[in-house]
Design a protein around this ligand. Structure first.
Ligand SMILES: Nc1ncnc2c1ncn2[C@@H]1O[C@H](COP(=O)(O)OP(=O)(O)O)[C@@H](O)[C@H]1O
Ligand SMILES: [Mg+2]
Length: 389
């Protein structure tokens, strides 16, 4: 029998989406094909401590023994977020290799991981930072690389990539926090000269609708800008799709692959609130998924094609959920909203559900993602790094 691959499942993390990550990881751990893989859970606490073995299980189950377990031998010496942290060199030479990089781990008597699946959402998980660590450790990992992850997290950079590829995006303005703080009047004039109310005000780098508001008029604009500027130094302001009376339709496509990615059927979320804000996403039961979305054949085809183009435009890999906004009523104009490089992954999340509706089961989807991670690592290993090598 072929040797089983060892897959590290990384979950939790320091982002606001820590809890969502725990749910995703619990689903993934349950569904993993154990005939093909040995699974190693690795938890990251909200404070940034890395936990292996029993302590990771405790994090997942919300067990109160977490802190005690964390101080035990299972704790890996990684405190990336702590200003008094071990220096970067120590982090790379002691922390990561024990868990991941093949040779040092073997030398230390441990068993190396073949692949890592970062089941992390948002800051420090989906934004290219941890992907950089995997690159340095030379380990295969699920999902997009440093560039794709960073672009997929930054709503301003992402729009530039979409526009460059001729993909339709909503009218928007990007402001720096420093601009807003220094010249509020000028900032408002700039926004009003380019956009019509209502507008959506967003921190450029975040997710789960945190810090996002819909400003219906000038009175609501200033507080919206101040709120968004709490979360990022860059603020994106967009014209609201649907205008004053309507509500945008929210369409989503799951994309899977590396150089030749494929798109799932199109799904739709009908939010239980005025827009798909944090509460509508996680706290109220009123948001309804519709798969497949009610669209004409031509519309669905166009959206799936655009989803693949968006994936390529941002140089993504492995997986991404690509989200669109559609004008309600008769116009039905379609805009690309964003890509999510590590979308929610519970068994009832949109990404796996879209694949299920397209004919790929949750379990097979996970196996496919591991295969894609290995394929991409193989591609990387073909590269030379110096002249004449
Ligand atoms: N330009 C827009 N027009 C209409 N609705 C929008 C617009 N931008 C955002 N929204 C609403 O806000 C939600 C969150 O915005 P989004 O850009 O997807 O941020 P996040 O990355 O936090 O999911 C969307 O799902 C949608 O309901
Ligand atoms: Mg979104």
């Amino acid at each position: 029998m072929a040797k089983k691959l060892r897959v590290g499942i990384l979950f939790g993390g320091r982002s606001g989406e820590h809890e969502v990550s725990l749910l995703s990881a619990a689903s993934i751990l349950k569904a993993f094909d154990r005939s093909k893989f040995d699974v190693v859970p690795i938890g990251i606490t909200k404070e940034g401590r890395w936990l292996a073995a029993g302590a990771a299980d405790d994090l997942l189950s919300g067990n109160g023994r977490l802190e005690i377990a964390a101080s035990a031998a299972a704790e890996v010496n990684l405190r990336a977020g702590d200003p008094r942290s071990t220096p970067g060199a120590k982090l790379l030479h002691e922390g990561i290799p024990t868990l991941m990089a093949p040779e040092p781990a073997k030398a230390a008597g441990g068993t190396a991981l073949d692949v890592v699946f970062p089941v992390l959402h948002g800051t420090f998980g989906e934004d290219g930072t941890i992907q950089g660590l995997f690159e340095l450790a030379g380990i295969a990992y699920v999902g997009s690389g440093v560039l794709g992850s960073a672009v997929g997290m930054d709503k301003d950079a992402m729009k530039r990539m979409f526009a460059q590829s001729g993909l339709p995006i909503v009218k928007h303005v990007t402001l720096l926090r420093s601009e807003w703080e220094k010249s509020p009047k000028k900032s408002i004039a700039k926004i009003e000269s380019k956009l019509k109310y209502p507008v959506f005000v967003k921190p450029a780098n975040l997710g789960s609708s945190v810090g996002i508001s819909k400003a219906h008029d000038r009175k609501e604009l200033a507080p919206a800008l101040t709120l968004a500027s709490k979360y990022d130094r860059k603020i994106v302001i967009e014209e609201g799709v649907g205008g004053k009376k309507g509500k945008a339709r929210e369409l989503e496509v799951a994309v899977l692959g590396n150089d030749d990615p494929k798109a799932s059927v199109v799904g739709e979320i009908i939010p239980g609130k005025e827009f798909y804000d944090y509460e509508a996403k996680y706290l109220c039961e009123g948001s309804v998924p519709v798969i497949p979305a009610k669209l004409t054949k031509t519309e669905a085809k166009k959206i799936r094609t655009m989803a693949v183009e968006a994936f390529k435009a941002c140089d993504l890999a492995g997986l991404a959920r690509v989200d669109f906004l559609m004008e309600p009523g008769g116009k039905r104009r379609i805009y690309l909203n964003e890509v999510n490089t590590l979308p929610g992954f519970t068994q009832i999340s949109m990404y796996p559900k879209l694949w299920e509706a397209t004919g790929l089961s949750y379990k097979d989807l996970i196996t496919k993602l591991i295969e894609l991670a290995l394929e991409r690592q193989g591609e990387k290993e073909r590269n030379s790094y110096s002249y004449g090598e």
